[in-house]
Write a protein that binds this ligand. Structure first.
Ligand code: PGA
Length: 252
């Protein structure tokens, strides 16, 4: 059975002290929660990963990275390799977030290389993708999502998909307060699963967790998560407040 996942993407927020505090608060808040088959994940910025991992020690909270470079090592000023992340016990890396694509020129081609580096290093990725507002308005959203997946992931062997979590994040819903309706999310998630089944098989399609991201809040989480093909959420703004993030975890 595929896992349910609630993942908080902290983006460029929280200094070291704040990161530790948020993890301590989250630990206390979910201490007595029954989290069967549900993963709780937070993604602090690189510089706070090691101390956040120590802070989460002894709890079920997983601490993951927001990005990674595809090269093994070398002259890439400011970048972080798989090896560096593994050395501090990071096991999962978010890739392809729309902010990385928009502000840092990440492309399907560079993301395919990053995914290959993830697999070569026995890491897992939460792979983000999603259409722009203009794509949806022009009814191109399915085609855009299909090409993002094909270009970055469909060169993989079926066996690699155990290391892939998908996060469908319509760009028009990220940080805007606007959310895809539960029906829009379900429609897209079912489409994603169908193209994976067509390319691979039913086992791969049924096994992959597909998260929804884009203005998930305590008020809308339960309805979105109730949809059969929505396996959880990638949460931005609401992951920065322990009460909101906890409420979203409880909603699943
Ligand atoms: P948001 O961000 O929840 O603030 O819309 C989601 C994301 O960027 O993953």
């Amino acid at each position: 059975m595929r896992s349910k996942i609630v993942a908080g993407n902290w983006k460029m927020n929280n200094n070291n002290k704040e990161s530790i505090q948020l993890i301590e608060d989250l630990k206390a808040a979910i201490k007595n929660e029954e989290l069967s088959n549900t993963r709780v994940i937070v993604a602090p910025t690189f510089v706070n990963l090691a101390t956040s991992i120590s802070a989460a020690n002894g709890s079920s909270i997983e601490v993951v990275a927001q990005n990674m470079h595809q090269a093994k090592n070398g002259a890439y000023t400011g970048e972080i390799s798989a090896d560096m992340l593994k050395a501090i016990d990071v096991k999962t890396v978010i890739l392809g977030h729309s902010e990385r694509r928009t502000y840092f020129n990440e492309t399907d081609a560079s993301l395919a290389e990053k995914v290959d580096a993830i697999l070569a290093n026995d890491l897992e990725t939460i792979f983000c993708f999603g259409e722009l507002l203009e794509d949806r308005k022009s009814d191109n959203h399915f085609a855009v999502v299909e090409s993002q997946l094909k270009n970055a992931l469909f060169h993989l062997e079926a066996s690699a998909w155990k290391s892939i979590v998908l996060a469908y994040e319509p760009v028009w819903a990220i940080g805007t307060g606007e959310t895809a309706s539960p029906e829009q999310a379900q429609e897209m998630h079912a489409f994603i699963r169908s193209i994976i089944e067509k390319k691979y098989n039913k086992e791969v399609a049924d096994g992959v967790s597909i998260l929804y991201g884009g203005s998930v809040k305590p008020a809308n989480a339960e309805e979105i998560f109730s949809k059969p093909d929505v396996d959880g959420g990638l949460i931005g703004g609401a992951a920065l407040k322990v009460a909101d993030f906890t409420a979203i975890i409880k909603a699943i």
